[in-house]
Design a protein around this ligand. Structure first.
Ligand code: Q0N
Length: 287
């Protein structure tokens, strides 16, 4: 890092630094989490794949919403971005009923105040994508909230704008992904507001860490779906009888190699760009 960069925050797998002139540096590590635990073994280049994918989507969704990206650094894992006032909600869009959405639907027939058709099966495609906001839990798990609760947190007009933009981003990206054999089951956006009061897409976007990617060729409703990127890791963790509490198991070399290959495959399929070309010049995803 060339400029004075003060560390301002840590996620499970990303770090955030302050840069001069109201900028931030978002650095994606190679750490991987599963069942909410960060494993002791890293997946080489995972952070570069996620940074490259985010850059790719930022460059292609500017017609929908402005974003925080200022520059990709040559290391391929660091994004210089505009510092924003972040909204206090997670902007989740679901096209398929899975995860906490499936749990809520199973218990109540509703997700975040959306009443859904009766008799839906786990992982089934929804009639239309739905916006299902969540609170930003300081400690661990985000909690689903209704659209009215989200509107109280950000204001009604801002809420309407956020919902419209999040749904539009999801429709754009899911159509792109589906044409390339990847189902974008759901995704979480982080949005902020700039000094002019304009809504801006931030954080990472439309990556396998912020979304559920499913391989389209094995999709079948009525059960949980294998994850495009983490399935080898999950299968290995199950096979050793890990109880899903800290610390997680070390991953063997084959599992690391298979998993890295899935991230690189997702990058290639979604961007149409070879990952080696990205490593040579990260800006290829922006053109
Ligand atoms: C911000 N987070 C949540 C890294 C990821 N452009 C921005 N301006 C102001 N704040 C943020 C951004 C961005 N992106 C986003 N926290 C602050 C995710 N973080 C958690 C820590 O690790």
């Amino acid at each position: 890092m060339s400029e004075a960069a003060v560390h301002v925050g840590s996620g499970k797998v990303r770090e955030l630094y302050e840069l001069p002139d109201d900028r931030l540096l978002l650095v994606a590590s190679d750490r991987i989490s599963t069942f909410d635990v960060v494993l002791p073994t890293e997946i080489p280049d995972k952070g570069r794949v996620l940074t490259g994918l985010s850059g790719f989507w930022f460059a292609r969704t500017k017609h929908i919403v402005a974003n925080h990206l200022l520059a990709l650094r040559d290391d391929g894992r660091s994004t210089e971005c505009r510092r924003l006032e972040m909204l206090p909600i997670e902007c989740v869009v679901r096209g398929y009923i899975t995860g906490s959405g499936w749990k809520d639907y199973h218990a109540t027939g509703e997700v975040c105040g959306h009443r859904l058709p009766e008799g839906m099966r786990e992982s089934e495609r929804l009639p239309d994508p739905i916006f299902t906001p969540a609170t930003k839990a300081q400690s661990g798990h985000d909690e689903n909230i209704t659209r009215d609760e989200a509107a109280e947190l950000v204001g009604r007009d801002r809420f309407d704008e956020v919902e419209r933009i999040a749904l539009e981003l999801y429709r754009f990206a899911s159509a792109h992904a589906e044409a390339r054999g990847i189902i974008l089951a759901d995704t979480k956006f982080e949005l902020g507001v700039d000094g002019d009061g304009a809504l801006v897409l931030a954080d990472e976007a439309l990556t396998p860490d912020s979304s559920r990617f499913w391989p389209a060729d094995s999709y079948a409703p009525g059960r949980s779906q294998p994850s495009f990127d983490k399935q080898f890791v999950r299968d290995y963790c199950e096979s050793v009888g890990w109880d899903k509490t800290y610390p997680g198991p070390e991953l063997p070399d084959e599992v690391v190699a298979e998993t890295r290959a899935k991230y690189v495959e997702a990058f290639g399929r979604l961007t149409g760009i070879s990952f080696d070309d990205y490593l040579g010049d990260p800006d290829v995803v922006l053109r």
